[in-house]
Ligand binder design. Structure first.
Ligand SMILES: C[S@@+](CC[C@H](N)C(=O)[O-])C[C@H]1O[C@@H](n2cnc3c(N)ncnc32)[C@H](O)[C@@H]1O
Length: 262
């Protein structure tokens, strides 16, 4: 990721669904429209990875998430998707899936959903999953906001937001994933006491996130930003790059509750 956010995109150019060559989705009832500014596609995929997207994705993907597939925004049947799961966790923007796959392997009794709109990342994750089993891991190859809409209220026990696109320019701040609107979506879908875990190597993003969380009564920051990762932390691809380039990661935990919104 470069200075302007998703580094795979040219300077300052927003690649919306339409610009990326995707059919523009119909606005769902209520008229909510969301632009996605990251990039959906990178280098041409090798045949093997393309085949994984065509075959292996079908058994991992969660049906009924996007507004075209579920215009009424019916809530997902989480119990049917994750039979017997002890809890439900979500990773937003899993990149190549390194943390996602390691987390699924370390917590086989937890249902885990990974969201990632960048198809090359989804293909990389499917390649890492080949031969691994891990039936409790499901993917949404798209924008996490559409998934958050259709998760039942108070269904998530933990949410990972690891190295969100930084969007450092002031005029792009409203593209950051940590925003009042997205914290509303998270607050609705998270259980009381559920944990939000944020990692970033961008000090201004951490300040922005802390300020946004402190303005609300429905999240409580636990401790403060720390330079120590969480126990069992497997790292991420983006983090490894940040460390190689001399940037320092910071980690933050916030709990859902006790209040009911700002
Ligand atoms: C800087 S990368 C970090 C990837 C990975 N978490 C890591 O640490 O290696 C941020 C990722 O967030 C994804 N992303 C951006 N907006 C998103 C959204 N609304 N929903 C889901 N993922 C999103 C991007 O496609 C990108 O892959």
């Amino acid at each position: 990721v470069g200075e302007d956010g998703p580094g795979r995109q040219p300077e300052g150019r927003a690649l919306t669904d339409a610009a990326a060559g995707e059919p523009a989705p119909a606005a769902p009832p209520g008229g909510v429209w969301r632009n996605f500014y990251g990039r959906r596609r990178g280098k041409t995929l090798r045949a093997r990875r393309q085949a994984l997207l065509e075959d292996a994705l079908a058994s991992r993907a969660i049906p009924g998430v996007d507004p075209q597939a579920n215009p009424e925004r019916r809530p997902l049947d989480v119990a049917a998707l994750f039979p017997g799961a002890a809890d439900l966790w979500l990773e937003i923007g899993f990149g190549g899936g390194e943390h996602l796959v390691a987390t699924a392997a370390a917590h086989p009794r937890v249902g885990l959903i990974g969201c990632e709109p960048f198809v090359n990342g989804v293909a990389m994750c499917l390649a890492a999953l080949e031969g691994r089993g891990l039936p409790g891991l499901r993917l949404h190859p798209g924008d996490a906001r559409w998934l958050l809409d259709v998760l039942p209220e108070a269904s998530l026990g933990r949410v990972f937001l690891l190295y969100p696109d930084p969007w450092p320019k002031r005029r792009h701040r409203d593209r950051r994933f940590v925003s009042d609107a997205n914290l509303d979506l998270l607050a609705r879908a998270m259980k009381p006491g559920a944990e939000l875990r944020l990692a970033t190597d961008v000090p201004d993003y951490m300040r922005h996130a802390c300020a946004a969380l402190r303005r609300r009564s429905d999240f409580t920051i636990v401790g403060g930003p720390s330079s120590d990762p969480w126990e069992g932390w497997p790292g991420t691809r983006y983090e490894a790059k940040a460390l190689r380039e001399g940037r320092a990661p910071a980690y933050l935990r916030a709990e859902r509750g006790p209040g009911a919104g700002p």
